[in-house]
Design a protein around this ligand. Sequence first.
Ligand code: NDP
Length: 285
Amino acid sequence: MTLIDGKAVSEKLRGELKADVAAFIEKTGIKPGLAVVLVGDDPASKVYVRNKRRGCRECGMYSEVIELPADTTQAALLQLILDLNTRTDIHGILVQEPTPRQIDNTAVINAIDPRKDVDAFHPMNVGRIMTGNFDFLPCTPAGVMELLDAYNIPIAGKECVVVGRSNIVGKPQAMLLLHRHGTVTICHSKTVGLAEVTRRADILVAAVGKPGLITGDMVKEGAAVIDVGMNRIIGNDGREHLTGDVDFESVSQKAAYLTPVPGGVGPMTITMLLRNTLTAAKKSL
Ligand code: NDP
């Protein structure tokens, strides 16, 4: 079994990105800029935001983190987004989820200028992903595709099963595999006979949020298994650990390729965000 090293692939891509950013700044005098808006003080979100800021800086981009109190009103957040939409030094905008209850995430996403929507959640970008005519891809599914390509895992004509149908991972993941000519099945909580479907998969992507849902008996011999899940559990040592949706022990006996958690898909997500920010800066010209 080959372990897919998302950290190594991500570092290589970030090295290339850093060179691309430097060349872009040299040519245009414009530094790509990303604004990350954090509402409230969710500890996990703070870590993600910190990593995004660090990633930006390491790649030579400008980053601005705007921290707002948990009781920020919808109107105030929308006004901030409108201001960011007009700023010429900001090419990418994202609002870190989850947001507090009073915030309507759909309205927030719809307010972001689609040209600055580096998460690719705006309906215009979602539609463009459907048609295959896109500038941005959602970061996690795009990262999964990069991992498959980095390990030369063929997609065309293969049985691809995506478990999970969220708008940010499962659905766009299925679409990207379809664009690359996979024969794609999407599973969800109402799927009957999940194991029968997953056992057909040459490429199995688990994006559910249930630790250890995918076990060895659900996996075809020689499959490529991509574990998107990021679940925080308390281990036997009483400390918090990150674990995926795949039971690593049993699945590693069957799969030909497998991503670990952490160190698989996770590092790729921010790398794709940085790439989208550079794309947005290029498109702004
Ligand atoms: P959501 O909760 O939005 O979606 C989960 C999906 O799993 C739903 O479609 C749900 O079905 C389906 N599901 C739930 N239970 C089952 C089951 N027993 N069998 C089959 N399908 C089931 O989660 P996200 O898509 O946002 O995230 C999924 C996981 O990926 C999480 O662990 C999250 O933390 C992680 N993640 C990791 C990222 C990374 O960078 N590595 C980035 C984003 C997410 P239904 O639609 O019927 O409810």
